[in-house]
Design a protein around this ligand. Structure first.
Ligand code: AMP
Ligand code: MN
Ligand code: MN
Ligand code: MN
Length: 303
């Protein structure tokens, strides 16, 4: 593998860090700020990561690069290794799939405009969810959710879920999703995000690497899971996020096995959104299994 990322990607300065054992490196390459559906500023996340002992960090907001400059500056100021990041919303086989882009040039015009296009769909989709929830007896979701975002185009189901939780007295957002927002529920409206091929293509053309996020989260038959991983790899995808805040030990093991089977690398990310809400703290992800190669193990030698 050869990474062409330079300058803005954050991949260059790590030579000394990666001379050590890459399997023992504490990486958290997946979290969210208030530029998507997290609640912390990028600089707060960097400070928390540092306190938690994270050695390699990426902020991966949904379809948005707005927090990248702040994350980079904060990471540089506290000497934390940083790579650029984003979590792209993709529709594949009528399901939403998340593809992480890491170590790309955040000013790449094609990638930036692809993400702009994906983000631009969020408000209309939230309006459709709002109408559907109103019909189901829950009016006012959109207005309330918009008060919780910095910009309308970043609105997500999480913002709506937080409002419903407050209205209906739920303490766990997963329960709100299960009752109101997941498959077959009122807030489940069809959506066509980016294609798998486009998202991976944008990331690679911008000099980055593509990672299939939290693969255990998708409800796929073993055959469809195989098709997804195959198609992801054929499109140029490089790694599975085997160590994820969404994965228990069995899922870590399962996807580590699949990563070696498909000759993919492994990545690690907490998917942290908010204190007291996310089950996994920032940085609290398992190390990469010995049987698979960490995503970052060649980053230093190739740069
Ligand atoms: P959206 O991009 O608007 O479809 O929102 C997706 C986000 O909702 C994910 O990134 C998670 O943060 C959150 N989410 C999705 N499903 C669940 C769930 N079952 N429980 C809690 N949060 C969820
Ligand atoms: Mn999210
Ligand atoms: Mn995700
Ligand atoms: Mn995420």
């Amino acid at each position: 593998m050869r990474l062409h990322a330079q300058g803005q990607s954050g991949l260059k300065p790590f030579a000394s860090l990666f001379l050590a054992d890459p399997w023992r490196l504490r990486a958290d390459l997946h979290c969210h700020s208030y530029f998507s559906d997290g609640v912390c500023a990028p600089s707060e996340l960097v400070a928390m990561a540092k306190v938690q002992g994270v050695e390699l960090f990426a902020l991966t907001d949904h379809d948005s690069l707005k927090g990248q400059d702040e994350a980079r500056a904060a990471a540089e100021a506290c000497d934390l290794a940083w790579v650029s990041g984003v979590e792209v919303s993709v529709t594949w086989a009528n399901q939403t799939i998340h593809i992480l882009g890491l170590g790309f040039d955040p000013h790449d015009p094609v990638f930036v405009s692809g993400l702009d296009h994906v983000r631009a769909q969020r408000l209309a989709r939230a309006q459709a969810i709002d109408r559907s929830l109103a019909q189901a007896g829950l009016p006012g979701a959109l207005e309330a959710a918009l008060e919780r975002v910095r910009e309308p185009e970043q609105i997500s189901r999480t913002h709506i879920a937080r409002w419903i939780a407050g209205q209906r007295g739920y303490s766990d957002l997963r329960e709100v999703f299960a009752r109101y927002l997941c498959d077959g529920k009122p807030g489940d409206v069809p959506q066509a995000w980016a294609s798998l091929r486009d998202s991976v293509g944008w990331i690679r053309a911008a000099g980055g690497v593509a990672v299939l996020a939290h693969p255990a989260r998708y409800r796929l038959s073993p055959l469809l899971q195989h098709c997804l991983i195959e198609e992801f790899r054929e499109a140029g995808g490089l790694a599975l996020e085997t160590a994820s805040g969404s994965h228990g030990p069995r899922e870590v093991q399962h996807f580590s096995r699949l990563a070696s089977q498909y000759r993919l690398r492994a990545s690690a990310g907490s998917d942290f959104h908010a204190p007291g809400e996310s089950r996994t703290a920032l940085g609290a992800v398992s190390l990469i299994a010995d049987s698979v190669e960490p995503l970052w193990s060649k980053w230093a030698v190739n740069n």
